[in-house]
Design a protein around this ligand. Sequence first.
Ligand code: BGC
Length: 395
Amino acid sequence: MFSINQNMNNSIKKVLNFYKSINCMKYLFYSLFSIIVLVCGCKGTKDTNQSSSITKSVYGKVNDQEVYLFTLTNNKGNQVKITNYGGIVTSWTFPNKTGKKENIVIGFDSITQYLQQPPYFGALIGRYGNRIANGKFKIDSIEYILATNNGKNHLHGGNIGYDKVIWDAKVVNDTTPTLVLNYLSKDGEEGYPGNLSIQVTYTLTNDDELEIEYNATTDKPTIVNLTQHNYYNLTGDVSNTILNHSLMIDADNYTPVDSTLIPTGEIKSVLNTPFDFKQIQKIGSRIDAVTGGYDHNWVLNKKDTSLTMVATLWDEVSGRKMEVFTTEPGLQFYSGNFMDGKFINYDGKPLKYRTGLCLETQHFPNAPNQANFASTLLKPGEKYHSKTKYKLSIQ
Ligand code: BGC
């Protein structure tokens, strides 16, 4: 009897001790958990010292209609400013390696300069990005005649492309600041067939990516090739040319051009030419070997329509790096060869020869007249979709 009782007492003690140790462990676990939360919280507030936002202000008037400037701020305080006139990005501020914030795109402070026909600084481009030979193309053996605004060729949508129209703007700020722009491009505009209903969405993420998403539908067969025309100078100072920037383009081939910058139709290997940017290269190292400088379409190596990293631009001095991701098959690298100091940047400095460069994601120039290039035809019932993002970081 006694031994049974003692055994029972021992068992009860063991159970009690077991529970005590569990409580102790629980306590330990909760303390550790709280410490981790605290540490992460502090780290979080250091990186993300403000919440993202999007604000709207009046920018000026175009043809008696008010246009606006939208300021997209991410949670690091970096900002992109966009006007609904031409969907133009007027500035994008980002720190250099010492933390100094500067504007890394070319742009103006006021709408008046944008009305003086600058060469597409920061603008949305359409209905067809880049050139169409002689401003002519056919769909189902019907010939369409477009406005010719670049010698005998059609460039970037004609005389009044999407860079010179007022877009309808809607602001979204759920998790990341987003600007949704809509434009109805009428049947016959600049010679294009079909009413094209377009939506372009700009988003600035907390990872310093500027995302641009394009959607469109038509009511008649037409051609579409939308892009965006930021001029980048990662030094943050347009007194510097872009010749010391380094560039990588993931492309084995490019499309050579004739004297009017229309592709000859050939898909040519970049091997042993100044067009080889497969390994990162200083832009200035071989530019003099290219007549007129770089203004060509690279045939990207990517094989599908997934959003893929295709190019890297880097300025060693500031440490700013930009990666380009796209769903498109081509990339136009334009080294600012026609810049001549005529226009003055927002900071009062003239925009001289090669002080900005463009990396325009696209289908190939003159594709509507070049059967071996991927088609840009859009038919009623189909959906045009394209997405590109530019991601900034420090290296
Ligand atoms: C074209 C250049 C043109 C520039 C500005 C680029 O996309 O490839 O030839 O001069 O835009 O108009």
